[in-house]
Design a protein around this ligand. Structure first.
Ligand code: HEM
Ligand code: HEM
Length: 189
């Protein structure tokens, strides 16, 4: 079996699929780490957990750059025949909002970190640039923005997952299957 990297009219290539699932997994891990770390009392373990949260977060940002660049040069496969106009528009809007949020959420988190007095070394190794001076009230404002954006991302993801499950279990089409395996049902026969 040959691995197809690029998308075709019918299906997603391996690059788009791997980037989709890798980012999805890391974002979900980020929700858990961020929420747990925030609830902890101030200990070295909390600071370490935040280093992981920030490091995975900037990795998501980097992967988002790669993914968007790839997407711009690789049109997505067509939706199934018979998909109504409002569904196409809703799907396209949700997808672009998701793309915007996988940039905006890590950037807002980085802003919180930058305004705080804690220096940030990605994966405890790579010192990250410090763009703004320590500012407690800016840090709190940025934390509010990060929280609103993460909650918005969560809501859009829930809608996105419901839509994917609807395609699979109610409409019985290939939309979820081709994102998982890259193949349409008829290719497997
Ligand atoms: C953090 C979590 C997620 C993010 C940020 C995300 C983002 C996206 C984006 C931006 C697209 C559009 C791709 C494009 O047009 O280039 C997409 C497609 C898709 N996603 Fe997700 N996704 C996430 C999680 C999930 C999950 C958990 C599922 C399934 C249960 C899922 C199922 C799909 C499917 C089936 C498509 C293909 C839709 C089509 O063929 O038009 N996604 N996702
Ligand atoms: C996909 C990326 C990310 C997701 C999904 C995410 C999610 C979260 C969540 C759920 C929380 C806890 C509640 C909240 O304030 O919203 C949180 C807090 C936090 N995150 Fe992120 N985050 C991401 C990336 C980042 C990055 C890249 C940084 C820094 C470089 C960062 C820094 C922080 C900080 C400092 C807090 C504590 C905010 C406070 O003091 O209230 N996050 N994040």
């Amino acid at each position: 079996m040959t691995i197809r990297l690029r998308n075709t009219v019918d299906g997603w290539g391996a690059t788009a699929r791997w980037l989709h699932w890798l980012i999805a997994a890391l974002v979900l891990v980020q929700f858990v780490i961020g929420s747990v770390a925030e609830e902890m009392t101030l200990t070295p373990a909390k600071l370490d957990l935040f280093v992981w949260h920030k490091s995975i977060g900037v990795s998501v940002l980097l992967l988002a750059v790669i993914r968007l660049s790839w997407r711009l040069g690789n049109p997505p496969p067509a939706l199934p025949d018979g998909t109504r106009e409002w569904e196409r528009k809703l799907a396209a809007t949700a997808h672009w909002v998701l793309y915007a949020l996988i940039f905006a959420v890590p950037l807002s988190g980085w802003w919180v970190s930058d305004a705080s007095r804690v220096p940030f070394k990605a994966f405890f190794l790579v010192p990250m640039p410090d763009f703004i001076a320590t500012d407690r009230s800016l840090q709190e404002a940025a934390a509010e923005v990060h929280e609103v954006l993460t909650m918005t991302l969560l809501i859009v993801i829930v809608g996105h997952v419901v839509a994917a499950l609807r395609h699979h279990f109610l409409l019985h089409d290939d939309v979820l299957r081709r994102m998982l395996t890259g193949r349409r049902n008829r290719d497997q026969s």
